[in-house]
Design a protein around this ligand. Structure first.
Ligand SMILES: [Zn+2]
Length: 342
């Protein structure tokens, strides 16, 4: 399969096409958040670099190099990815896979390709790789992947051509979900549900797919919606007991809980300000989130803005490992107060 057949990312596809149309350089890095499709595009790009007759659409898919590649048996393709038992790619593996190997000529074609997940190289690993990146043999091309260029040492980054992946429009995420669910032989939810996941995942197909196939997300979302819809009616004592118990029981997934609450608050704010339901994330909850009267909607806006800020504060606290009880109670009290109109 050629990368041109993948959904979306037209800028990236055009750049890969023009790289293949000329003599490819020595080192590239694909950037973008986890789940955006870096590995998919990087693998397609690697196959095209090794293909005997690539076009601007990517690998031909039929030559002997492509045949070996798709059977994971191409002798000139090396990968340096995280071993599931490790937290980082060990320096020793960088030495063995890259340093000790780089001078050896390709066995099959004109080129060797190293595919490296640079997010799992620590500083020592990056410095070891740097030696090979500085003066690679003319037949070597590196394809790195990272969530963001700032994760790389400047000395590494300066040797790479950056190829960014962008967040997908909702329609593209839905198309990717169709393809992936079919490919994995999984049942397809209805279109409205797929639409929710695509919007909720904010343009990242991998996130949407993980949530759809998870055993817990749909339940957590439903429980959170129930909780959210009564939060303004709870007494202060109830919010600190029932409310906190709900948060505490989902402590391990507090980031997702905050994301769900954030998406509900955001939708309510959109409805309160515009009274337009076309851009809701939780469009299946429109009735619940709509305030019937204009005055009520206007009155709710300042509180919803403060609630949004409080959710952001809680998220930061979570990242900084602040006391869970402290940040949860603070947020719950704020939500109760600010969502009183909502
Ligand atoms: Zn080919």
């Amino acid at each position: 399969m050629a990368f041109a057949t993948l959904v979306g990312q037209s800028d990236l596809k055009a750049r890969l096409g023009s790289i293949l149309a000329q003599e490819p350089g020595h080192a590239y890095v694909l950037t973008g958040p986890t789940g955006i499709g870096k590995t998919t595009f990087a693998t397609e790009f690697a196959q095209a670099l090794l293909c005997h007759q690539p076009s601007e659409a990517g690998a031909c898919g039929i030559c002997s190099a492509c045949h070996h590649f798709t059977h994971q048996a191409h002798p000139d393709f090396r990968t340096l990815l995280l071993d599931s038992k490790d937290k980082v790619i060990k320096v020793e593996r960088v030495r063995q896979t890259v340093q000790a190997d780089i001078a050896l000529r390709p066995q099959f074609g004109q080129r060797k390709v190293y595919l490296i997940d640079a997010d799992y190289l620590n500083e020592q690993g990056q410095n070891t790789l740097l030696k090979s990146l500085e003066e690679p043999p003319q037949f070597v091309t590196f394809v790195l992947m990272t969530q963001g260029p700032e994760k790389l040492l400047p000395t590494i980054l300066s040797r790479l051509t950056v190829l960014p992946l962008r967040r997908y429009p909702t329609a593209d995420v839905i198309e990717i979900l169709h393809r992936e669910l079919d490919l994995q032989n999984l049942p397809r939810p209805d279109e409205a549900t797929l639409g929710f996941y695509a919007r909720y995942a904010n343009g990242i197909p991998g996130t949407a797919l993980n949530l759809i196939t998870s055993s817990w997300f749909a339940d957590l979302r439903q429980e959170t919606i129930e909780f959210y819809s009564q939060i303004g009616r709870l007494s202060r004592a109830q919010i600190l007991t029932t409310g906190y118990t709900f948060f505490d029981s989902n402590r391990a997934r507090a980031d997702v809980l905050l994301d769900i609450i954030g998406s509900l608050t955001r939708d309510q704010l959109v409805l309160a300000v515009t009274n337009d339901s076309r851009h809701l994330t939780n469009s299946d909850q429109e009735q619940r989130l709509t305030l019937p009267q204009t005055k009520q909607r206007h009155d709710a806006v300042p509180g919803l803005i403060r609630a949004t800020a409080a959710i952001a504060t809680a998220r930061r606290g979570l990242k900084l490992n602040a006391s869970f009880e402290g940040l949860a109670c603070q947020l719950l009290l704020t939500l109760r107060k600010e969502l009183i109109h909502a």
